[in-house]
Design a binder for this molecule. Sequence first.
Ligand code: TRP
Length: 332
Amino acid sequence: MKKTLLTGDRPTGPLHLGHYVGSLKNRVLLQAQYDTYIMIADMQALTDHADKPDWIKKNVLEVVKDYLSVGIDPTCAKIFIQSQIPQLAELTMIFLNLVSVARLERNPTTKAEIQQKGYQDSVPAGFLCYPVSQAADIALFQASCVPVGDDQMPIIEVTNEIIRRFNHYYGSGCFIECEAITSSTSRLMGIDGQAKASKSLGNAIFLSDSAEVVKNKVMQMYTDPTHLKVSDPGNVEGNMVFHYLDAFHANKDEVADLKAHYQRGGLGDVTIKKILIETLNTLLSPIRERRAALTDQICLEILQSGTEKAQHTALQMMKNVHALMGISYFKS
Ligand code: TRP
């Protein structure tokens, strides 16, 4: 029996290169080896966008297109929509009793997001608790492998704490602990030099960006502000062009040579930016081509089929949970 892999994304906009290196690439590599579930987390998206369900819905198909265009194969990966699996909400209710509010408030990922979103004293309860719902996503499908960016590590930790407590209270017949799979570039920085590429910060290159847009974004990239003349020695640390070359260029020796040349002086920003543009377009052009061949109808059919399979698993698992906890009353 194959082990299970589960991961997902909030449909709050198109996926970007940070998602690609942090998680999508791993999913494509691992999808055939595992029983793979990929979830579009529309309920989680509501935790910080409660006023915009139509906008979330619109983004769902875009995310499916991103998945398929990078090579997620719907014949082995079940792509499904979180809101269509009510058992996830039920399991979240059970899990909420297995973690303290103080523990959730200490989570560095949600803490940073709360600050970034300016929630201060008005954090939606659902937002504070989304790691609990994420624990339910992972547990209900018995996932042992969760490919995610490193910002998700604290959530995986809480997930395992909840699973351990569940198993301690009710028995270990249902849920297994999971492991996060991160990549060597598990956090891609923004083109502006900020710590994280993100759509909300407006500093990301999207998988669906045209060649022209990619060129413009690379041309605006933050390099070394003290590197004024081509002949000046330049810094490669904190220089986004080199950060992206490290993440995406296939030839590490060539990147090492470019770095040495830049540090000595004599290598201009425009030259390295042109190399990066070419590197990124080599990666993105087959992705763009696959995307162009996808219709909304194809994506919907794939989603429906994946969701039906996920519903089947979820229903079965929840029956086991009821039996384990002894919360069944009537003969069916
Ligand atoms: N929190 C994840 C993100 O923002 C999305 C997500 C929801 C997820 N449920 C999950 C990831 C379960 C892995 C496993 O990207």
